[in-house]
Ligand binder design. Structure first.
Ligand code: C2E
Ligand code: SIN
Ligand code: SIN
Ligand code: FE
Length: 327
């Protein structure tokens, strides 16, 4: 059950809110601003309903203090107040409140506002957690690599641009951009001596290196979330080649998921244009030429055509990322 803190210096007002909310939420009470702040620290409520006019510390001050503290800043605050002037509302929002309920309160309105803001917090938390997980798995994939990590984010931006050019819906293209940074997560399972070798790999080392596709897909398949499912698919197939000569399964043509055919172009283009422990960065023209030359053997010809069509967009993305790298 979600916990709600009710703050009002008038016991009657607390009583009324209690009647409205008690069946749906666990309630905590405070009769002053000072008490409210200590109760927040002790009980960690999910939401605060806050009176404004109180002796001692006002609701505005309480709200400002909650918003200034990183450990309480994400708790939504709704003001419950008799003051109805517009400037009061503005001051409330300035203080960091998410909403306003006017006294005398209506039960239906209180319930709906509380419910709305609790679900908004949940959506925001999920989003933040997801981004954090993507970031960590992406970083894990190049943990032993010598590059600074821009590769995975830059190539993901390329992948999104290609997907959009291929007619993918905005949301699905964005999902690919979020999934793509995890394509090499499986490199976490490859020994340092292999990953960091400043030379061509031996045939034995190469066999081990190639297992990163399956390792990554196994890790990423542990979540059924759509972004991670897509990431697992991309991880498994991003080294397949159009002519069937890739790994791990040797799939060819459209048997290779389109997501992976897109990421293959983005990944190789970016790998070519950056320095690796085993190679120098290639000039852009040479990288484009190689992608074109390998269309129909390594890459999907139609996707390569789109990639060339959006060349200026690709270069724009590269410039934006190169600028960040210098900072
Ligand atoms: P990576 O460095 O991120 O490279 C991704 C893909 O970009 C490679 O997949 C390959 O298709 C392409 N690529 C990268 N560098 C070159 C290049 O110099 N020439 C050409 N023609 N293509 C290039 P691939 O080959 O399946 O390799 C997967 C991963 O295996 C690489 O990821 C890298 O981590 C490792 N790897 C590949 N070759 C070597 C090597 O000779 N030495 C070492 N130490 N690692 C290697
Ligand atoms: C009040 O503090 O008077 C209202 C809360 C309660 O009934 O426990
Ligand atoms: C290979 O493609 O078989 C070897 C990987 C490489 O060195 O680029
Ligand atoms: Fe890879």
């Amino acid at each position: 059950m979600k916990k709600i803190l009710l703050v009002d210096d008038e016991p009657n007002n607390l009583q009324l809110l209690k009647q409205i909310l008690k069946e749906h939420y666990q309630l905590i009470f405070a009769t002053s601003g000072e008490k409210a702040l200590s109760v927040v620290v002790e009980h960690g409520p999910d939401l605060v309903l806050l009176d404004i006019m109180m002796p001692g510390m006002s609701g505005y001050e309480v709200c400002e203090k909650l918003k200034a503290n990183p450990s309480t800043t994400n708790i939504p605050v709704i003001f419950v107040t008799a003051m109805s002037e517009v400037e009061d509302e503005a001051r409330g929002f300035d203080a960091g409140a998410v909403d306003y309920i006017q006294k005398p309160v209506s039960g239906a309105i209180v319930l709906r506002r509380v419910q709305t803001h609790l679900s908004l917090v949940r959506a925001k938390e999920l989003d933040d957690n997801q981004r954090a997980a993507i970031f960590m798995l992406g970083e894990a994939g190049h943990y032993n690599d010598t590059d600074t990590g821009e590769h995975i984010w830059r190539m993901s931006a390329y992948a999104r641009a290609i997907a959009e050019a291929a007619g993918w819906d905005h949301d699905i293209a964005e999902r690919l951009e979020l999934a793509a940074p995890m394509h090499d997560t499986g490199k976490i399972g490859i020994p340092d001596e292999i990953l960091k070798a400043p030379r061509k790999l031996t045939p034995e080392e190469w066999q081990i290196m190639k297992t990163h596709s399956e390792i990554g897909s196994r890790i990423l398949s542990m979540s059924r979330n759509p972004i991670f499912s897509l990431a697992a698919e991309v991880a498994l197939y991003h080294h397949e080649k159009w002519d069937g000569s890739g790994y791990p399964k040797g799939l060819s043509g459209e048997d290779i998921p389109e997501s992976a055919r897109i990421v293959a172009i983005a990944d190789v283009f970016d790998a070519l244009t950056m320095k690796r422990p085993y190679k120098e960065a290639w000039p852009l023209e040479k990288a484009f030429a190689t992608i074109k030359q390998d269309a129909g053997t390594h890459f999907d010809q139609q996707l390569v055509n789109l990639f060339i069509d959006i060349q200026s967009k690709i270069l724009q993305i590269k410039e934006e990322w190169d600028a960040k790298e210098i900072l």
